[in-house]
Ligand binder design. Structure first.
Ligand SMILES: C[S@@+](CC[C@H](N)C(=O)[O-])C[C@H]1O[C@@H](n2cnc3c(N)ncnc32)[C@H](O)[C@@H]1O
Length: 223
């Protein structure tokens, strides 16, 4: 497989880029979790943030991100390898961006097109998202904001109550409909598609579509 396909940015990535390119730039401290291809972190660095930090669990993604930053002249950003919040400890950021893995990916799928960690969000697809939300309040400055992607097949009520428990609130800033490509469908557990049809997945003949939102999350106390 071509290395470029492993890290090719998706529509989810593009939606986050649109948010970054159409908002007033954050000039404070910014963090991207799950840097993958490195395009989001590079856009953050190019927007003039004072400090730019990226984290990915995959060594290949870290290397890929560093190479893109260097090729783009964004030399002040740093990229750390590790699990979610571990590499940044208790540091707080003004802007945190994350396109989390959010599908339940089977353990032993032959010919996976991406690294498993790209999409694998655990049995319900929420494992990484929930750990992210758990650690978020502590890492967001009082007026800070997070931008994340959130698929319609994740349980929105569960996300809402999780946010409330953590003292956070979210608003939808963008909704996009995407085709679920066959490469994604074949990594899913049996019965997953049938369970979600009409609850986040829409079928037109052989094609399945899902929506995803870009959520802006803040401390509820920030109003
Ligand atoms: C859906 S991809 C998004 C990639 C990137 N934002 C892009 O568009 O190129 C999810 C990324 O999160 C990384 N990842 C998955 N689990 C992680 C974890 N527990 N900690 C840090 N990164 C993780 C994956 O390696 C992958 O690069």
């Amino acid at each position: 497989m071509c290395h470029d396909d492993l890290f090719r940015p998706s529509e989810y990535t593009a939606a986050l880029l649109r948010q970054l390119w159409t908002r007033p730039p954050c000039t404070g401290r910014v963090l991207e979790l799950g840097t993958g291809s490195g395009v989001v972190l590079t856009a953050l660095a190019q927007a003039g943030a004072r400090e730019v930090v990226g984290v990915d669990i995959e060594d290949d993604a870290v290397q890929r991100t560093r190479a893109l930053l260097q090729a783009s002249g964004a030399l002040s950003a740093s990229v750390l390898r590790g699990d979610l919040w571990d590499p940044v400890g208790a540091q707080a950021f003004d802007l945190i961006v994350f396109n989390p893995p959010q599908l339940p990916v089977l353990d032993d799928v032959p010919q996976l097109l991406r690294l498993r960690s790209w999409s694998n969000g655990g049995p319900q697809g929420r494992e990484v998202l929930d750990r992210f939300l758990e650690g978020l309040p502590q890492r967001l400055t009082p007026k800070g904001q997070a931008l994340i992607t959130h698929s319609s097949f994740l349980d929105a009520d569960c996300t809402r109550s999780h946010l409330e428990r953590c003292g956070l609130q979210a608003q939808v800033c963008q909704t996009i409909t995407v085709l679920m490509p066959p490469s994604k469908l074949k990594v899913l557990p049996p019965g997953w598609v049938e369970h979600h049809e009409g609850r986040g997945l829409r079928r037109l003949g052989p094609y399945l579509f899902s929506d995803f939102d870009v959520l802006e999350i803040r401390h509820a106390a920030a109003g």
